[in-house]
Design a protein around this ligand. Sequence first.
Ligand code: C2E
Ligand code: MG
Ligand code: MG
Ligand code: MG
Length: 292
Amino acid sequence: YADAAMYAAKKSGRNSYVFYQQDMTSGTERRAKMDERLRLALANGSLHLAYQPKVDVLTGVVTGVEALIRWQDEELGVVTPDELIPFAEDSNLILPLGDWVLKTACQFSAKWEHENGKPLPIAVNISAMQLSHRGFIDSVRQVLEDTGLNPRRLELELTESTLVKDPKYAQEVMFQLRDIGVSISIDDFGTGYSNLAQLRRFPIDRLKIDKSFMSEAVVNEQDAAIVKSVIALAQILNLQVTTEGIETEEQLEFVRSLKGQEYQGYYYSKALEADDLRDLLVEKLQSMDLTA
Ligand code: C2E
Ligand code: MG
Ligand code: MG
Ligand code: MG
């Protein structure tokens, strides 16, 4: 991916300077190593995406997938997204990384639809720094054009903090995204500080209820009440709703009883490699025509 490689090369001199100024404590050493290895990975491709199915609560049909970054580096071992993404945000690598994720995810969905004659809508996580970058809208347009993906198949997941930081700018960008035809979700909903009344000012299509509420919703009345009220709120505001972190039949029953529309979680499937996703969909959805 040439753009990312160029970007990484251009930045590398400047950032390594920052690291050599600091003590080489083990944490700092790992970060310096990560900086070096991530630039390399962006240039030569040891990053990849896994895809977690999103499932219709009532029918059990897969409605799409969420793209999640995976990185296993020869020297660092597995670097989880919870380590990688904040690191990339701190080291100016989130833009090339985010571009790579967006492009790879759109390519995947476009290819799937082309091969199977059926859409596989894709959701992509977007960091606040990407959204606030002035070139973001153009890069979304460009990726859609380059991959030929129908904009209706693309959903961008933002977090509440993205809206809170610079609400006016976020609002403007979100309206432009809506004009392009992509949809917008608020990820990890309930963990941030967004003002419910203000939510209505943003062109949001979906709320994704954070998995932390689901983990005890079946036994903890307060968590249950939060899940209940977010689903009710979504209905009132005419938004779609996805419940994350469904691990058991009991949790799925709970969400079903509340008329939640969509869920994600280990109960159906973890995030899968592309080939394993294909196998799962073939096995679970016999009716799908996978003649590619
Ligand atoms: P997220 O977007 O909220 O993604 C859901 C996370 O929950 C994923 O973790 C997924 O593997 C995990 N998960 C799914 N179902 C279950 C379940 O039933 N139980 C439990 N305990 N966990 C479940 P993952 O892949 O480690 O990603 C963590 C976070 O890192 C993501 O949270 C997202 O905020 C961020 N992330 C991942 N990939 C990207 C990316 O490409 N770009 C950006 N900006 N952020 C990303
Ligand atoms: Mg997400
Ligand atoms: Mg989430
Ligand atoms: Mg998250």
